[in-house]
Write a protein that binds this ligand. Sequence first.
Ligand SMILES: [Zn+2]
Length: 122
Amino acid sequence: MSLSQHELQDLEQQLLARRATVLDELRRETRDEQGLLGLPSHRGESDRSVDFEMEAVDLAQSLRDAGELQDIDSALERLRDGSYGRCADCAEPIDPARLRAQPTALRCAACQLRFEHLHAPG
Ligand SMILES: [Zn+2]
């Protein structure tokens, strides 16, 4: 047994707290976008492209947050079904120190390195 019940509960608390933060960020970004759209457009064409770029950045950030939310939800699901803490690739227990640093970790360090190498751009 790599993780005690207490450690699992700690990690669940971390995940739930992080989930609330990410949801809060997503809600705030949605509000900002609406505020941006409500600005009077008195500055001309060039500014519109700046606004567009800012929206693209906001969108990228939202997508990152949404991706993290998915990671968190899937980690919480694994906590519930008992598969949490096992590597998705080799099924070996993930180092508890690694899980404490990154509660959404899906793979052990070795498999994650291999995964990132395989999926590295270029
Ligand atoms: Zn592994």
